[in-house]
Design a protein around this ligand. Structure first.
Ligand SMILES: *Cc1c(COP(=O)(O)O)cnc(C)c1O
Length: 220
């Protein structure tokens, strides 16, 4: 199946109002342009260097999503090109993003990444850690970042019920933060969850953006 065929087939199953991010990590520029040609504009990369290189040579109206772990020493290079940073998992990283955003004169949109999977290896905050960040004086003084919601990755498993429970927990974290810290903030509206194998469950559990790679571009 071709990239454009896959993309069209998936797009048709995604309800309006939910954003499909085509995860283009490891893919060539030609492959990305095949998706671009039929209207795809949101692309996800997990490595800052790769995002920057592609952003510099591909059309400027692409919205680049950084979906992978971000190290503080890579913040500066990626900020000029990034539309949304999905995986903020510490106050230290948030501070660095704000600091570089001030220098750049650009407001940066971020999501807080939660650890919802059983796997130890995955990154992300607990709800208590997220609350600690939002309560900190440090966070309150940051005027160049906007937290737009939450992101998470389910356990890599065939157990659909477990995946569903994990997505439910992410949605409940979103609701708790929304009610307590962002009740009047229209921009706090995003739940980034769902990948090729589980985006249908994620949509049923309230996802607002799904990150789909191999189902569009083929196996990596
Ligand atoms: C690679 C990746 C995806 C896409 O994974 P597929 O299984 O290829 O759809 C989604 N989210 C993150 C954070 C990723 O690293």
């Amino acid at each position: 199946m071709s990239i454009s065929h896959n993309l069209q087939a998936i797009s048709q199953t995604i309800p309006t109002g939910i954003r499909l991010i085509a995860v283009s990590k490891t893919r060539t520029e030609a492959e990305i342009m095949e998706a671009y040609a039929i209207g795809q504009r949101d692309f996800g990369e997990n490595k800052p260097q790769e995002l920057v290189a592609k952003a510099q040579s591909l059309p400027p109206d692409i919205r680049w999503h950084l979906i992978g772990h971000l190290q503080t020493n890579k913040v500066k290079m990626v900020l000029p090109y990034v539309h949304l940073i999905h995986a903020v998992d510490s106050l230290r990283l948030l501070s660095q993003i704000n600091k570089e955003a001030v220098l750049l004169g650009k407001q940066i949109d971020c999501l807080l990444q939660f650890h919802i999977a059983r796997e130890e290896s995955k990154f992300g905050l607990t709800i208590d850690e997220a609350i600690e960040i939002l309560h900190s004086e440090d966070y309150k003084s940051m005027d160049h970042i906007r937290i737009c919601g939450v992101m998470g990755m389910a356990t890599f498993t065939s157990n659909q019920e477990l995946i569903r429970q994990e997505f439910k927990s992410l949605q409940s974290h979103f609701i708790e933060l929304k009610q307590t810290y962002f009740p009047k903030a229209d921009y706090f509206a995003e739940i980034s969850m769902g990948m090729s194998d589980d985006y249908r469950i994620a949509i049923e559990e309230g996802s607002s953006m799904v990150r789909v790679g191999s189902a569009i571009f083929g196996v990596r």
